[in-house]
Every structure is written in structure tokens, then in C-alpha cells.
Design a binder for this molecule. Structure first.
Ligand SMILES: *[C@@H]1O[C@H](CO)[C@@H](O)[C@H](O)[C@H]1NC(C)=O
Ligand SMILES: *[C@@H]1O[C@H](CO)[C@@H](O)[C@H](O)[C@H]1NC(C)=O
Ligand SMILES: *[C@@H]1O[C@H](CO)[C@@H](O)[C@H](O)[C@H]1NC(C)=O
Ligand SMILES: *[C@@H]1O[C@H](CO)[C@@H](O)[C@H](O)[C@H]1NC(C)=O
Ligand SMILES: *[C@@H]1O[C@H](CO)[C@@H](O)[C@H](O)[C@H]1NC(C)=O
Ligand SMILES: *[C@@H]1O[C@H](CO)[C@@H](O)[C@H](O)[C@H]1NC(C)=O
Ligand SMILES: *[C@@H]1O[C@H](CO)[C@@H](O)[C@H](O)[C@H]1NC(C)=O
Length: 401
């Protein structure tokens, strides 16, 4: 995204700094073999849809859920006219499509375009270059992607072969989620999009253990991981952030496969806290897993809780992070699980091990809102020197704010 791409001065100065190195894509040559132009019309409208015995009025494309299939061949141009008949603002993203010199058709609201407002129309205009396979499209504004999505099938050029044996038949299968419970819709903004309900088995070792006595209820007591505020400076900016033991990133937890971990978390801040041990299998100990309001109530100000779990059948480097609201932005750190004593690594033993943690330091609060829409990283791409390395001018119907 170059500065020239920003449609309004309101968004100038909108940057995300991350610890991730920038790269430039090599210029991809346009093929001489021109494709055809395919026209689609997406009428965004409400539709009553019934799934799992439950009828809801949802925002759809052409009344379909999932939305219509787009089929094109590599080299084709797509002209997809989106007409917004609902009260929500809309933008559509063509997930995985390389928008060469053409960010205007990419779709993320307030990043490459302003949304298509009620009653407005916008034509997404792009050519598929150097890509084939099945991708998908979805809304790229607020949570509308939960019902606005569909497949985008790119067949090989007419006389080109598949990169595998030509299939007898092709049937796109779309996995979706039908929300029955509003509370879950809040959880999706915290990263939870799927729930498994696991019942107790018949044998004693197939049953969930009883909850620990200190499982947060509404109040309780005492320390080891101290959750506290700390002034931290990164990229010339100092902020007071929630940390573990004043460290950012948080402390490293090192264990061996088979070890039992007892991690006492003491909350000294005003926020409610839970910690999740990302990737650690919690065999029969969901109580130590951490997602707030799912496996536990949060550890409230002044309270403490001991996460008590055993590492079984796992080694490697995982990470832990807060699992409540956006506190994971600063509360995280590595969990290193070494093999059992005298057990070799599953690869040649390294000379030295250095966990490297990638993090994001938010400079601009507006960006924190974008994270709830799925955007966690931004690339700043400048125009190159040659004509094919420059962003094309915006189309005349590009929505205005
Ligand atoms: C959905 O159903 C409700 C209740 O039957 C009805 O009032 C509404 O007009 C329907 N909406 C659409 C878009 O068909
Ligand atoms: C689509 O984009 C191409 C390349 O910028 C342009 O030549 C063409 O006129 C556009 N078509 C429409 C219908 O906007
Ligand atoms: C595709 O192959 C057919 C038959 O082999 C040939 O007649 C046709 O000209 C080819 N088309 C292209 C675009 O190469
Ligand atoms: C952070 O810095 C501010 C301003 O210097 C100061 O008032 C505050 O006490 C500091 N907070 C901590 C946790 O050190
Ligand atoms: C903290 O959690 C308790 C228990 O769920 C809840 O009553 C309270 O409102 C929460 N406080 C904040 C600041 O979110
Ligand atoms: C940790 O959990 C194990 C297994 O449930 C239990 O035997 C042990 O007493 C717990 N330890 C603490 C300190 O809570
Ligand atoms: C729709 O987008 C416009 C332009 O950004 C904005 O002014 C308006 O508040 C948005 N409306 C809704 C309902 O979000």
C-alpha cells in the first residue's frame, strides 16, 4: 500500500510498524495470451435463511448463502458490479487474488477503498494473472464476512492442463459457521471461531477432572506471574502496557515433556485477565486452558489463580498469551518444551536455541479496530521506477467516504 493509494487525507499517516521485514514482490509479467471479460452482478440484500432449525435475516449476495460461485480462467478479466441494497456499509475482498498495480479492487474497507454505502454501486475490476485454483471472496468490513462469502474458482487457460490429473468433476465445498448464540459472536473477535463439545468418556481416565478449588468464581486470593502495568518504549514511543513481571515480551517458560507446570498468575491491574497456553494439549484439564468465559471466569483485580497442567506427548516451541479482550497484544511469551531427559531431538541437536518472538507495536489506535476485522499486518509498498511497477490511478466509481 503506497501513500498515493490512500483516498482521503483522513487516512494519511496510517501506518503499522511491525517487527517484520518488508519485502518487494518481483514484477510479474502479463501473459500475451489474453483471456475474456466475465461480468457478475452482486446485489447485496437481506434474506431470511434457515439453518439448523433457526431462521435469521442475514445480509447476502443475490439472496444466496453461501454466496454465488465465481468461475473464471487464468488470464480473464472480472467485472463484478456490487450494488448495496442494505443499510450496512459493504466492501468485498477477493481472497488470495494478486491485485497487480490495482489495489483499488482489493476490498479492505478504509484501507484500499471507502465502503460502498447504501444505494451505491462499485465495479470491482481485475485480471487474474499467474494464478489458478480455488480461492474465495468475502466481505471485508465489520463482521459481515460471517454471511457474505463464496467460492472463486480459477480454471487453467482453455488449452492449458491442470497441474495434476484433470479431475472427473469439481465440487467446491464451503465450510461455514452458523451462529446460534450472540455471546459466541463476541468471542469470535477474540479468536474463537469454533467450539467442540467433548463429553466425558466411560473410563476413569476419559473424564474431566474436577475444577481446582481456586478456579476464579467471582473473588479469591495470591503470586509467580505478576500481571502489572509497565512503561515500555519501542520505536521511539513509550506506553504504559499490561505485562507479566514487567517484561515485554513476557517471560520464557521452559519445561520438558512430561513435566507438570504450576503457573501462579496474580492480577495487579484493573483489567480482568486469563492466560492461554497456546497449543498445549490440556488432557482432562480444561480448567487450565484459559479462554475467558469458556473454560474459566477471568482472574479479577487482586485475585490469583494457579494454572496446573502436565505436558503430555508434546515438544517444541509454543507460546502463551492473554485470552481475554485485546490484552494478548502485550501479554505473551514463549513456552519451550524440551524432550524428556536423555531423549534425542527429532532432528540433529541444535548448537544453541534462541526463541524469536514476532510482535506488533501499535502506533495508531485506529489500527487496533482493524485487527478485529482480520487485519494484523500491513505492507507498505512504494511505486517502483518502471511503468509496470506503479499503482494504476483509481477508478472513477471508487466509493467516497
Ligand atoms: C423475513 O421474515 C420476516 C418475518 O416473517 C418478514 O417480516 C421479512 O419481510 C422477511 N424478510 C425478507 C427479506 O424476506
Ligand atoms: C477495467 O480496468 C481496465 C484497466 O484499468 C480498464 O482499461 C477498463 O476500462 C476497466 N473497465 C471498467 C468497466 O471499468
Ligand atoms: C486450443 O486447442 C484447440 C484444439 O487443439 C485449437 O483448435 C485451438 O486453436 C486452441 N486454442 C487456443 C486459444 O490456443
Ligand atoms: C509511566 O510513566 C508515567 C509518566 O512518566 C508515570 O506517571 C507512571 O507512574 C509510569 N508507570 C509505571 C508503571 O512505571
Ligand atoms: C471482570 O469479570 C467479572 C466476572 O465476570 C465481571 O463481573 C466484571 O464486569 C469484569 N470487569 C471488567 C472490567 O471487565
Ligand atoms: C495439580 O493438579 C494435579 C492433578 O489434578 C493435582 O494432583 C495436584 O494436587 C494439583 N496441584 C496443585 C498445586 O494444585
Ligand atoms: C458508512 O461509511 C461512511 C463513509 O465512511 C460513514 O460516514 C458512515 O458512518 C458509515 N455508516 C455506517 C452505518 O457504518
Amino acid at each position: 500500500m503506497g501513500a498515493s493509494l490512500v483516498p482521503s487525507p483522513a487516512f494519511v499517516g496510517f501506518y503499522l510498524f511491525s517487527f517484520i521485514a518488508l519485502c518487494l514482490l518481483p514484477g510479474l509479467a502479463l501473459s500475451k495470451d489474453e483471456g475474456i471479460t466475465r461480468h457478475y452482478k452482486f446485489d447485496i440484500k437481506l434474506q431470511n435463511v434457515t439453518r439448523l432449525c433457526h431462521t435469521k435475516s442475514i445480509v447476502t449476495v443475490n439472496g444466496q448463502f453461501p454466496g454465488p460461485r465465481i468461475v473464471a480462467r487464468e488470464g480473464d478479466r472480472l467485472l463484478i458490479k456490487v450494488v448495496n441494497h442494505v443499510s450496512n456499509n459493504i466492501s468485498i475482498h477477493w481472497h488470495g487474488i494478486r491485485q497487480l498495480q490495482n489495489g483499488w479492487a482489493d476490498g479492505p474497507a478504509y484501507i484500499t477503498q471507502c465502503p460502498i454505502q447504501t444505494g451505491q454501486t462499485y465495479v470491482y475490476n481485475y485480471t487474474i494473472v499467474g494464478q489458478r485454483g480455488t480461492l474465495w471472496w468475502h466481505a471485508h468490513i465489520s463482521w459481515l464476512r460471517s454471511t457474505l462469502y463464496g467460492p472463486l474458482v480459477i480454471l487453467p487457460r482453455r488449452n492449458a492442463s491442470y497441474p495434476f490429473d484433470k479431475p472427473y468433476k469439481e465440487v467446491p465445498i464451503i465450510f461455514g459457521v452458523w451462529f446460534m448464540h450472540c455471546h459466541l459472536e463476541v468471542h469470535t473477535s477474540w479468536g474463537l471461531k469454533m467450539a467442540w463439545i467433548v463429553l466425558n468418556g466411560k473410563l476413569p481416565n476419559q473424564k474431566v477432572l474436577p475444577p481446582p478449588a481456586d478456579l476464579p468464581k467471582s473473588y479469591r486470593q495470591n503470586k509467580a506471574l505478576q500481571i502489572k502495568l509497565q512503561n515500555v518504549t519501542r520505536l521511539c514511543q513509550t506506553k504504559s502496557i499490561v505485562t507479566v513481571n514487567g517484561q515485554f515480551p513476557g517471560p520464557r517458560i521452559i519445561a520438558r515433556e512430561g513435566d507438570q507446570l504450576l503457573i501462579k498468575v496474580v492480577n495487579h491491574v484493573q483489567n480482568n485477565i486469563t492466560l492461554h497456553w497456546h497449543g498445549v494439549r490440556q488432557l482432562r484439564t480444561g480448567w487450565a486452558d484459559g479462554p475467558a468465559y469458556i473454560t474459566q471466569c477471568p482472574i479479577q483485580t487482586g485475585q490469583s489463580y494457579v494454572y496446573n497442567f502436565t505436558i503430555t506427548g508434546q515438544r517444541g516451541t509454543l507460546f502463551w498469551h492473554a485470552h481475554i479482550s485485546w490484552l494478548r497484544a502485550t501479554l505473551y511469551g514463549p513456552i519451550v518444551i524440551l524432550p524428556k531427559p536423555h531423549v534425542p531431538y527429532p532432528f540433529p541437536q541444535p548448537h544453541k536455541e534462541v526463541p524469536i518472538i514476532f510482535g506488533v507495536w501499535f502506533m495508531h489506535c485506529h489500527l487496533e479496530v482493524h485487527t478485529s476485522w482480520g487485519l494484523k499486518m500491513a505492507w507498505v509498498v512504494m511505486d517502483g521506477k518502471l511503468p509496470k511497477q506503479k499503482l494504476l490511478p483509481p477508478p472513477s466509481d471508487l466509493p467516497k467516504c
